[in-house]
Design a protein around this ligand. Structure first.
Ligand SMILES: *Cc1c(COP(=O)(O)O)cnc(C)c1O
Length: 390
């Protein structure tokens, strides 16, 4: 097997702890701390707990650091949603198996994925996309066409069914068309991101089962999507084995022994492995101006409905230059990002020690998902400092 391509992220400075990284680098720009052990643990949880192929949803973090850590931990399959993402994954991991799991593709992208990268898994949720896919891949028998069902079941903090998916009746018609085409009929859904309800997966599997009955078509694979929650602060999510047990029971009831199953976790695989060190640039009363904000690593905070709570730890350098977690009474602070846009503000106050001030640091854990992948260089700020811990 070909080794991952070397890049500058292979030679990052390495520290025993986050505190050591801070006291030695004294970063004035945002710093991502990579924890290989946490990536490995997340990957192993899914590879051991889920009885099927585990696809890493690359959009949650397609950075080479995330890809290589998950590859090292045994992840071989990748849910890629565009030709650009396939190229990004393949350039770092030449042996990665890519699956094109977006139901609406730009013209020509399925053809390029199929012919150039050997991709055979695609998603559709409409007749027009199925027409386009069949034309671009020549109705090859090797192609598996996953019809995407809506699954708005209410268990997730970020729903995804208002944009993609079709109802069982329409999905049944698409399945019949796929069978007639000679490609392999399959089903998929996405219960929504940061899904706290294991039961949502069981419900969606049940809907898939009804769809199969309606269509009279035997499916070749079922992809149960992503959505598995990451542990942010506040209420811990239900343990993963609840999800895996519930999914197994639902699949046993599906009545298709030997059916190939897949899942596509993004957030759950990459969130825990990266922490972020931000610096307080200026304190004014109860306002903190940080060197990172919603145009950088906190982009996902724009979605007001998404109430994840990053667990911040305030850290100060003492007179001898030692980094220490700050103790003492906490109070709420309004936290602003570095850009001149007044929208660059965290939607909710952060509880931090009353004594925090200019130059102190704030450590945010579980910052690997939808942070690095959606940061921008707006206003000249682009978080891109990296170090490894462990
Ligand atoms: C975004 C996405 C995922 C990953 O979702 P998470 O909530 O991060 O697990 C998986 N599959 C598809 C089709 C997606 O669009």
């Amino acid at each position: 097997m070909t080794a991952p391509a070397p890049d500058r992220f292979d030679t990052l400075p390495r520290f025993a702890t986050a505190l050591k990284a801070i006291e030695s680098l004294k970063p004035t720009e945002p710093l991502y701390l990579v924890f290989p052990d946490k990536f490995a643990l997340a990957a192993q949880t899914f590879l051991k707990g889920f009885d099927g192929d585990v696809l890493y949803a690359a959009k949650s973090n397609p950075h080479p650091v995330a890809l290589k850590n998950l590859w090292a931990a045994g992840i071989r399959h990748f849910d890629t949603a565009s030709l650009g993402e396939i190229e990004a994954v393949k350039s770092v991991l030449p042996d990665a198996i890519c699956h094109f799991m977006a139901p609406v593709r730009l013209a020509g992208q399925a053809k390029a994925a199929f012919e150039k990268y050997g991709v055979t898994d695609f998603v559709v949720d409409s007749d027009a996309e199925l027409d386009k896919l069949l034309a671009e891949t020549g109705k090859s028998k090797t192609v598996r066409v996953f019809v995407r069902l809506v699954a708005s079941l209410g268990g997730a903090l970020l729903e995804m069914s208002s944009k993609y998916g079709c109802r069982p009746e329409e999905a049944a018609k698409l399945l019949k068309r796929v069978r007639i085409s000679g490609c392999q009929p399959c089903l998929t859904f996405h219960v929504g991101s940061q899904c706290l309800s294991p039961f949502s997966y069981a419900q969606a599997i049940e809907i898939a089962q009804q769809t199969v009955r309606l269509s009279g078509v035997e499916i070749m694979a079922l992809d149960i999507g992503g959505g598995f929650p990451a542990a942010y602060s506040g209420e811990p999510p239900p343990p993963y084995h609840w999800f895996f047990d519930m999914i197994k029971t639902a699949l046993d009831n599906f009545g298709a022994p030997g059916l190939k199953v897949m899942c596509e976790p993004g957030r759950a695989l990459c969130a825990p492995g990266i922490s972020l060190v931000a610096q307080v640039v200026l304190r004014r009363g109860d306002r903190l101006y940080m060197n990172d904000g919603i145009y950088g690593s906190f982009d996902e905070q724009r979605f007001a409905s998404f109430d994840e709570d990053y667990p911040p730890t305030a850290i100060a350098l003492d007179a001898k230059g030692k980094a220490k977690a700050m103790t003492g009474a906490k109070r709420p602070f309004r936290v602003f990002g570095p850009t001149c846009d007044s929208a660059d503000k965290l939607p909710r106050p952060l509880m931090l020690p009353d004594s925090i001030g200019n130059g102190d640091y704030i450590l945010f854990d579980a910052m690997g998902a939808y942070t690095v992948s959606s940061r921008s260089a707006f206003n000249g700020y682009y978080p891109d400092g990296w170090a490894v811990v462990g």
